[in-house]
Design a protein around this ligand. Structure first.
Ligand code: NDP
Length: 501
């Protein structure tokens, strides 16, 4: 075996980012050590002191400058997101860049109100009153996945900054360049340079971030890694938000508008090449509509224009992002076919890179792997069910509960069914959309996560919520203080009988 060359060491310490649609090398980033990660957290902590002391209004004005740059430099951002992740420019714009422009606008306007002290009137102890006030946590560690490399961490960044925190972001090693672009825009907006740091690296850099003294962790990724993150945070008693995997069911009732439903499902299953935590991953179609629905879904799917997203802006679907994920999709399909399901369209790779044809699978059964494990690729498995009861029961028969969808012409019934499904978000007659509505909470139940991002409560979670209780009347003494006496006992008893009469 030859001696290790210094060029090998340099290569080992670096992560290469490639365009998944054609293999082109886009750049390299360092695989940072635990010491480098810790140093970044310390720098952010130093800068946070001054930032956290600013009035919320002022923080909003300054973060709004970052928002302005996101809007101004949108084409450049879309180009890089599309190149590094393989998604079309249309999706880079609508699902990532515009989402951040809107989220930042919403929270820059609303944060002063959301984070203002909240009074609590005491229903029994009228001599005293309480309020909650919101204090920055310190340094928030963000560990991000590769499927929305800008839309996910940039939203969390904006919220954490508005809440007065410093931020250290560990992007996925599959898509690190867009995180560095985010930092470039942040710096160009004139925000305090050390307050926001990006640490590039693989899984161990994420683990190091949790061990580096952060005060809060927002993790978005698989349920498997999420459990390790939860354990590491638990060991240090660091509060965390966990946004994990999904297996979203879609129930199609007999009274659904079949044409509209087919369009919605095709988008919901194949947007971003199905690499969305809330992609439609199981369709339960009632017998009465099943065959017509399947025909319409296949026809719609076959019309999708796929290619290298660097080409035309008119493409509907581009490339998957990661070679290992393509293999997982192929494994799921192989197992489904072996178990008796039928691939009705798609099912193969095309082009030079990681393009995988949008795929529709019918004849699925609940116990098949394809109906139980996350696919995270452009595959729509469809199963025929007898009635709505069976559809609800099968939807809930999963260890995951991130999102679900119900399609029906009867809106009231839609809401009734939605309330029975065990998922963090259920949409009636549409899919995916609400991650783009920053005022709504985002989070899963069961093994899809803990806590929420987005929404007023998501912003408050990025603060310590501290309670102050104060006296409203200057009394010489309180009824419950020493010395205890028979007289006070009897008076209290009388008072109790009167209050709880
Ligand atoms: P992973 O769990 O593989 O990785 C997520 C992040 O964690 C990456 O930055 C990864 O680094 C890092 N990481 C890996 N190991 C550790 C560790 N031991 N400690 C700390 N950090 C670590 O997820 P993917 O990136 O593959 O993302 C896909 C998954 O994310 C899917 O399951 C999807 O459903 C879920 N997801 C959930 C969302 C939600 O809102 N609920 C939204 C989007 C995706 P590296 O990549 O460098 O190894």
């Amino acid at each position: 075996m030859g001696a290790l060359q210094s060029s090998d060491i340099a290569r080992k310490d670096r992560i290469v980012s490639r365009n998944p649609a054609n293999g082109e090398v886009l750049g390299e980033v360092p695989d940072m050590t635990a010491a480098e990660v810790k140093a970044a957290v310390e720098r952010a902590r130093g800068a946070q002191v001054g930032w956290g002391a600013l009035p919320v209004r002022e923080r909003c004005d300054r973060v709004a400058r970052f928002r302005d740059l996101v809007v101004r430099r949108a084409p450049e951002l879309c180009d890089l997101i599309s190149k590094e992740g393989g998604k079309t420019r249309a999706e880079a714009l609508s699902m990532e860049v515009m989402l951040i422009a809107d989220l930042a606008t919403y929270f820059c306007k609303r944060a002063p109100k959301i984070l203002s002290p909240e009074s609590i009137s005491l229903h029994l102890i009228k001599t005293r009153a309480s309020y909650l006030h919101y204090v920055p946590r310190g340094v928030v560690g963000i560990i991000a996945p590769w499927n929305f490399p800008f839309g996910i961490p940039a939203g969390e960044l904006v919220m954490a900054l508005l809440a007065g925190n410093g931020v250290v972001l560990k992007p996925s090693d599959i898509a690190p360049l867009i995180a560095l672009k985010c930092k470039e825009l942040y710096d160009a907006a004139g925000l305090p340079p050390d307050l926001f740091q990006v640490v590039t690296g693989r899984g161990p850099a994420g683990a190091a971030l949790i061990e580096s003294g952060i005060d809060y962790c927002i993790f978005t990724g698989s349920t498997t890694t999420g459990k390790k993150v939860a354990a590491a945070c638990g060991e240090r008693l660091i509060p965390c938000t966990l946004e994990l995997g999904g297996k979203a069911p879609a129930i199609v009732c007999a009274d659904a508008d079949v044409e509209r439903t087919a369009r919605a499902l095709v988008w919901g299953a194949f947007a971003n090449q199905g690499q969305v935590c809330v992609s439609v991953e199981r369709v339960y179609a009632l017998e009465a509509v099943h065959d017509e629905l399947v025909e319409k879904i296949i026809a719609q799917t076959q019309k999708l224009r796929q290619g290298d997203p660097a080409g035309e802006a008119t493409l509907d679907t581009g490339s998957m992002t990661w070679d290992r994920q393509v293999e997982i999709v192929e494994e799921r399909l192989k197992s489904a076919v072996a178990d008796g399901a039928t691939i009705r369209t798609g099912g193969v790779r095309k082009g030079q890179g990681l393009q995988f044809e949008p795929t529709v699978v019918t004849g699925c059964k609940q116990d098949m792997e394809i109906m139980r494990k996350e696919i995270f690729g452009p595959v729509m498995p469809i199963m025929k069910v007898a009635d709505e009861e069976e559809a609800v029961r099968l939807s809930n028969d999963s260890h995951l509960g991130l999102a679900a969808y119900v399609f029906t012409d009867d809106r009231q019934k839609g809401r009734r069914l939605a309330e029975r499904i065990e998922a963090g978000t259920v949409m009636v007659n549409d899919c995916l959309l609400t991650y783009g509505a920053p005022e709504t909470p985002w989070g899963g139940v069961k093994q899809s996560g803990i806590g929420h991002t987005h929404s007023d409560r998501g912003l408050r979670d990025l603060c310590q919520q501290r309670h102050v209780n104060y006296d409203r009347l200057a009394l010489k003494r309180e009824l419950w203080w020493y010395p205890y006496s028979d007289k006070v006992y009897k008076q209290t008893l009388k008072l109790m009988k009167w209050i709880f009469r």
